[in-house]
Design a protein around this ligand. Sequence first.
Ligand SMILES: [Zn+2]
Ligand SMILES: [Zn+2]
Length: 463
Amino acid sequence: MTMRKGFVIWLTGMSGAGKSTTGQLLEQRLRAAGVTQVEVLDGDAVRTQLCKGLGYSKEDRDENVRRIGFVCELLARNGVAVIVAAISPYRAARDAVRARVETFIEVHVDCSLAVLVERDVKGLYKKALSGEIAHFTGVSDPYEAPLAAEVVIDSASESPEESLDKIWSALTGRGLVLKGLAPNYRPAPLIDLHSHTNESDGTFSPAELIAEAQRVGVRTLAITDHDTFAGYDQAVQFSMEAGVHLICGIELSTKWNGTSVHLLGYFFDQTKMTGFRKWILELQTSRKDRNRRLIERLREVGVNITMEEVDARGRGMTGRPHFARVLMDKGYVSSIQQAFDVYLADSGKAYVDRMEPPFAEAVRMIRDAGGITSIAHPVRWNGDFAGALPALCKTGLHAIEAYHSDHSSEQREHFLFLAKQHGLRVTGGSDFHGAVKPGIQLGTGREENVCVPAEVLLAFPQG
Ligand SMILES: [Zn+2]
Ligand SMILES: [Zn+2]
């Protein structure tokens, strides 16, 4: 997998030269090529927001550019492709931004004054030339053209498409986007808010999971083991050494109208967690009790396995997948799937019920511990998810997991839409389990179908 960082494309040139138009076209082309994290900072729009009150003296113009540059630096650092369209007449101010940003592509949008005056769409040049507007760049104020811009386009002699092609080849030449339609663009660092260690049903130890995060470029990782913090607790020290921002998480099996729903909890307030951790231990006891009853029930239907055999495969959080493995290893079934179909699934002949907390109770417990709640992989919802959302929201739910390895792009868009419609936030992650789900990569899911944008984190505390 190729990792790509954010970058800044800085369009400089005189008023009316075509910076905004070029910027918009470039944005469209990037998006069409699959680069979803694009921001356009247009000089005019910026002046009414970020730079309100600044005038047109050299000092104010430099301050304007400095502020835009600061925002660029933040965005690019988080993997965003930033397009700036601003006159930015002074060379030193532009160079100061260049010095702060790792990948800075200066595009000089050139156009002769004669053509600009002739075009003069807004009638500004006429006013400037007659002295009605003071400090007008190129007329009564200097414009310092770049000495070594990465790209020079001439809107007087080129079509917008030709200009765009020049910028595009500067991007492909630097490997920032791939040639053709599918650029290998990935915002780095990656964010993954759903992963499992071997303390629940994953195969990677906490240390191995952190090493994997470091290897693939996941800089923000949540460990969300089923009903346990054991993996997270061990991973804390490794994450600090590896420079991985580790988020405390959990995935709880809950009951909603009689069916099982996975609920993610995140971003706990470590000072409010004592009660929650105690409650989790009770859940673990109920899980162990279920396992004991399951062994008995299996014996009744002629299957002889022991708790030791199952625990050897499941560590602290032994669950049905571990039973399935033993059934297979001992020859009772020929596959994991068959183990579930015949014995372990809700309709299987050895099924025993397990006490799962009601959904609303789990939401309340997580909230009391200062955490954020999100419905895991909503695509697996049994029945009408959209129809259930109003009632789910009433429990105090914060978010839904829109980005997940099991979601197609249409499903992802659908869940993003539903979240917006109901005022919910979104979360996302690969649901990495290691070798038991070999098609899923940490950080990027199935064949790179998961890409959690940085905005997701901005909506949460300690993000
Ligand atoms: Zn799950
Ligand atoms: Zn999971």
